[in-house]
Design a protein around this ligand. Sequence first.
Ligand SMILES: [Zn+2]
Length: 249
Amino acid sequence: MKNVKTHCIVLKSSVVREIDKSVTLISPDIGIFTVTAFGACKSRNRFGGKLEPFSVLSAELTVRMRATEEERQFKELTLLDSFENLTKSYETVLTAQFFCEVLLKNNTAGEDRRMFSLLYHALKALNRCGAKESETAVVINFLVRYLAFAGFFAPLSECSLCGRAFQENETVFMQRQDHQPYCAGCVCGGSVPLEPELRDYLNTVLKIPFAETSEIPINTDGGRKLKVYLISLLKELSGFRYKTLESLR
Ligand SMILES: [Zn+2]
């Protein structure tokens, strides 16, 4: 048996056997793992209130080897942040759940540190949001970073066929077939046009930390369009349906 200290974020939490909680978390050191917190639903349990979705924790875990699997238990838990604004609107809860669902559904082993940090900053930004527009920007920034980490998103600087560098005021076409950027002369088949402002926005936000992306303006229509495009890209590339998206508009 050994003890391990790590930070983690609760991705999902469900009640089992009426008094226990099954909690799935992401840690920068361990990746995604599940712990059964025995008795966590009893009113006096010291861990119960800390195991809600989106809670950021500093955890001390005991780790035992059971056959070939490591079994983890909570030894100490400190609540670092609970992002209270996330639960103030149904839509915001769904958006936060969507971020968690993306990490849960897709295997990103080996990128634990990046994924933890991405989720942390996305939840933090979402927690700060008031207006709908900025919530759209958080979703865009989460997805564009996620897709870039996962290797899905090509740099939007040159045409994938002729190799010509895109001009500043040029509309670029994201081809449906391979999700690469093409110039108007090279694109064939279905595509999604990215106007210069949207391409500029993506190229800018990918170069700066998540926390600074709220400073970069994006207009409402452009933001909505980009969000729809990135969500369709995620669905197509990962091949999954996302439960939370079906309720999210
Ligand atoms: Zn071209």
